[in-house]
Write a protein that binds this ligand. Sequence first.
Ligand SMILES: [Zn+2]
Length: 262
Amino acid sequence: MVVNIKDVAAVGRRCTLALLDGKTRDKDVLRFPATPQRHKDFKVLSAKDKPDLTNLIVRPPPEAAPETEARPAPAQTQIEAHYRDILAFAGEDPAREGLIRTPHRAAEAMKFLTQGYGQDVQTLLNGAVFHEDYDDMVVVKDIEFYSLCEHHLLPFFGQAHVAYIPNGRIVGLSKIPRLVDMFSRRLQVQERLTIEIADALEEALQPQGVAVVLEGSHMCMMMRGVRKQQAAMVTSHVKGVFRTDRATRQEFMALVKGDGRG
Ligand SMILES: [Zn+2]
């Protein structure tokens, strides 16, 4: 589609734009607000009408919400357009054969890696909490987790160790790794991830105590840091008897420090 950039209705639509360096950008989304600087970067591909874009003023389409209001989640096609921009930003040609479907795959991957936003503890644990007079420590260790750091959108991953001491209620063991998954598949910092897992278990089971330890390797440190860092970051959060009773806490830590394969 060839559009006139002065046509306000074009905002938010896919357009064919001619860049000033002679290249053509297809199916780009014309955005509002677009700064005058941005408009200097391209002109509309139109034989008849070549507007002077230097002093261009673009008004929002009538249905556009004020900038301060929360915007609804954009459609996947918009995200794919952003990924094409990211490829170009990195110096790549998004039209290169090997990259044609990359924006689509990257958007799908991002959706998968952040699917925890669409889940909640209640639904996840629904039907899996049982009454049981068991009051020894329940430990699930070496739970793999994969998350994205909220500062760089790069992965951090490692192992989670979760323990609780019941107080009349237990949870199906498979639910604990799923709880870890749910909170991991959001943008996180490891400290908050640790606390969220512990808080969710405490709320669901009202146990005598909860303990969570996470050991994570952070790609944002390992790939882009000044020096390589192999060391895992360890975070822990303990509640209830794990906090008040040293022996209980030590028993858990000893269990976690074992090689975990035995
Ligand atoms: Zn980071």
